[in-house]
Design a binder for this molecule. Sequence first.
Ligand SMILES: NC(=O)c1ccc[n+]([C@@H]2O[C@H](COP(=O)([O-])OP(=O)(O)OC[C@H]3O[C@@H](n4cnc5c(N)ncnc54)[C@H](O)[C@@H]3O)[C@@H](O)[C@H]2O)c1
Length: 434
Amino acid sequence: MYFRALREKIKKKKAIIAVVGLGYVGMPLLAQFYKKGFNTIGIDIDEKKISNLKKNEIRSFYFKNLFKKNKIKNLLFTSNFSNAEKADVIILCLPTPLKKNKSPDVSHIKKALVKLGPFLKKGQALSLESTTYPETTEEILLPFLKKLKFNISKDYFLIYSPERESPVFEKNKNKFSLFNTPKICSGHSANCLTIGNDLYSQIVKTVVKTDSTKKAEFAKMIENIYRAVNIGLINELKMLSQKMNINIHQVIDLAGTKPFGFTKFLPGPGLGGHCIPIDPYYLSWRAKKYKFETKFIRLAGDINQKVTNWTINNIIKIIKKKKINFNKCKILILGVAYKADIDDLRESPALKIISVLKRKKINFDYCDPYINKIRYLNIKSIKLNYKNFKLYDCVVILTDHSIFSRNKIIKNSKLIVDTRGFLKNFNQSKIFHL
Ligand SMILES: NC(=O)c1ccc[n+]([C@@H]2O[C@H](COP(=O)([O-])OP(=O)(O)OC[C@H]3O[C@@H](n4cnc5c(N)ncnc54)[C@H](O)[C@@H]3O)[C@@H](O)[C@H]2O)c1
């Protein structure tokens, strides 16, 4: 009865969708359901965020011109979890960071469940989208729902569907949007999977179904570990190539001409973001339960951390080599986001590099058109004015935003350290390729 009723509601877009956790993942997801005509509720513990969303600040970024004269219909932003009672589907998009000892911190999921508990009711579906170690859905969500006396797959439905969208700044057309990126969906049982498939088919072009939540969780891990390990490999090769006086970026371009069996990964000053530096450790931690050591993950983690220190040491060496007075020099950090064309600073290697510059009392400014302020360091970005680059002894490119002009950087800078291969095809004595 509940199964059929929920299927009907979803298919007829009569289901009310609640998204819990309105961050990089939750907001676009909520917007997508809203755009498809669903009645939606966005829940977050961050009161300030909720109040901003009500005032059309962040909201307009995701929802664009969907509201007439600021009149919001069928969309509620709230920090009050009791609103979950109105929902037919509840989707959790909560952070899954690491603890200091690099073990998973799933406390955000657990805390949200406790707050939601009193408002869960028969006939609903609960879907987890957070990235997490295999067996999380079975170990945390399933027992929680069972404790509430739900009969899973008969009167309550449990889904795991990892998020895949690549975050980019709005101005750039995203080739892989939420809609056109195939979405993996798993369910605790066949009924749960059917509900999940009905649900996500409403907002994405292709749903990839799998019969177990563990497989879906593991698949998301593989996607990110694959990236972390390959980035680690290419960063190691970059450190070697420097010793051999070979420009790694040109070598990668050469290797990339092979039309099969080679995928390009680009080196840089280190890993960043909420996924790649973190997720591999989730699987390592789980592997320990099976007395298994994930050596590739450990090695890639070590190298990807080492490359940030290597970058700092090289910047210092280059400045010394150019006989610039260390105590009087002024550096411009160009780009602080963890990768090109986004406004995300989380885990960015720029933060570590800046903190070393501060510790060594080296004068610096930073310029990132997408990140106006680094709040916890209380420093603001300077405006992007290439003519001012002359005022700095050295310009260090840490993020290769596509709006940066190669020619203007080169024309106006006295000395350039490029950590991203942004200027890989320029050979001038003032340009150092790291
Ligand atoms: N950012 C990405 O590009 C990306 C991509 C794929 C997967 N993921 C995964 O998706 C999940 C969410 O990531 P994100 O980047 O959206 O995180 P985020 O930090 O941008 O947003 C999380 C939101 O959850 C809220 N929150 C925290 N605890 C809460 C609670 N107990 N109840 C309600 N709200 C709470 C926070 O206030 C915040 O608004 C993570 O598991 C992440 O690994 C992220």
